[in-house]
Design a protein around this ligand. Structure first.
Ligand code: SF4
Length: 405
């Protein structure tokens, strides 16, 4: 039985009250104009979808959304922690906001998202970026009205990076970036703890939305003109664990909806991608016929160190099954090069797997150590130069197949 992660309606009603309070304060503070807000999103589709709900709360508080921080009264960066350079970019961009705050003392600069769920990062912001008024983590984003109200009323900085197994806040207002290509989150969090990945530490435990809430939102999205609905989760294949509706069942419900739309989903994990799922996709009328199945490496030794939970052969068997059942399926994947202790021989196994699968496209990365993950403490003797050389070799193979298929 899945634990109850739902935020009680009473708590969401309290946030509605805070939103009204903020609206009143802002209309007194800016009597001749609408207060303006700017939100910038880093990272994955999951973060883009979270930002659509944050925008809903921001508009509910009375702000008008603008597309530059320059004239904004409220600036929010929704951050990503998946790779080092993503974090470096955030620190750099936050620094550039200082000049605006110097010009306008009443401006509120806020940071949220995965990066801020890491205590050592939030502490760095607290100590080194005094012009940042508000920092909150991934488990409390539904409390944004309360936090803004506190900043406006006390003129003090607010920090909240409550750690928990995670929450599901249903019924939040959504401001979609694109009605034709709409994101539909179906679950949050991850229990896989791949040894290189920070996500389970910042996004909490796997929790699935109630199928009824998902179908209601899907119908709204289709009525809103969506041509493509992308179902989102850190590990969509484990949707519904501990409930009587698994991912295949949910896809059949979505497939039963009428309308001229296609559906896609990400991100899948090969160890939870079942033959039942492939069979369901092969019988679907709305499925987009794209399958993104991150393999990360072709070496069993590295897959074990990554704690991926499948072998090269098991992965290739799944791929063959998918190709047989869905002959026109377009296959994509993620590859990490230069994982700690990886040898050139391991890397060659990744190349040979790519030659065998012949992906339509790949998302390729050089391993980025993440503080707090198991891999961060593994010995890593491969030089940056060596890893870059392998990476170039990988791109050459990718080019070869991208053209052919
Ligand atoms: S499945 Fe692995 S890589 Fe993906 S979010 Fe979970 S821990 Fe990270």
């Amino acid at each position: 039985m899945q634990k109850n992660f739902l935020v009680p309606k009473e708590q969401l009603d309290i946030q509605d009250e805070y939103a009204k309070k903020v609206k009143t304060i802002l209309s007194a503070r800016y009597p001749d104009r609408k207060p303006k807000a700017y939100i910038h999103t880093y990272g994955c589709q999951g973060n883009v979808s979270d930002s659509e709900r944050l925008k809903g709360l921001i508009v509910k508080m009375g702000y008008e959304l603008v597309n530059t921080p320059k004239y904004a009264d409220f600036v929010l960066y929704n951050t990503c922690a998946v790779r080092e350079h993503a974090e470096d970019r955030v620190f750099g961009n936050v620094g550039t906001l200082k000049k605006y705050k110097t010009e306008r003392r009443d401006m509120i600069i806020a940071l949220c998202g995965c990066m801020m769920q890491q205590r050592h990062v939030a502490e760095k912001i607290k100590n080194s970026y005094p012009f940042v008024s508000l920092v909150f983590g991934t488990h409390v984003s539904h409390r944004l009205p309360e936090f803004v109200n506190r900043v406006l009323c006390t003129n003090k900085r607010v920090f909240d990076f409550t750690d928990s197994d995670g929450i599901i806040a249903e019924g939040l207002p959504v401001v979609r970036g694109d009605n034709e290509n709409a994101f539909l989150p179906i679950m949050y969090g991850c229990d896989n703890f791949c040894s290189y990945c920070i996500v389970p530490y910042v996004r909490g435990r796997e929790r699935s939305r109630n199928p009824r809430d998902i179908i209601l939102e899907a119908i709204n999205i289709i009525d809103g003109g969506a041509k493509l609905i992308t179902l989102l989760g850190q590990n969509v294949n484990s949707y519904g664990k501990g409930t009587d509706t698994d991912f295949s069942d949910l896809l059949r419900l979505i497939d039963g909806l009428s309308g001229d739309f296609e559906f896609d989903f990400m991100t899948s994990h090969p160890k939870d991608c079942s033959k039942k799922l492939i069979d369901t996709l092969s019988q679907s009328s709305h499925y987009c016929r794209r399958l993104h199945l991150p393999v990360q490496s072709g070496s069993d030794r590295i897959l074990k160190l990554m704690n991926r939970g499948y072998t090269r052969d098991e992965y290739l068997t799944l791929i063959d099954y998918a190709k047989n059942k869905i002959p026109d399926v377009s296959l994509t994947t993620d590859i990490i090069v230069g994982f700690p202790s990886e040898t050139y021989e391991d890397f060659r196994k990744t190349l040979s797997l790519i030659e065998e699968v012949k992906y339509d496209s790949m998302f390729t990365f050089i391993y980025s150590p993440r503080k707090g993950t198991k891999a961060f403490y593994m010995d890593d003797h491969v030089s940056k130069e060596e890893k870059s050389k392998w990476f170039q070799e990988l791109l050459a193979v990718q080019e070869k197949y991208k053209i052919r298929r």
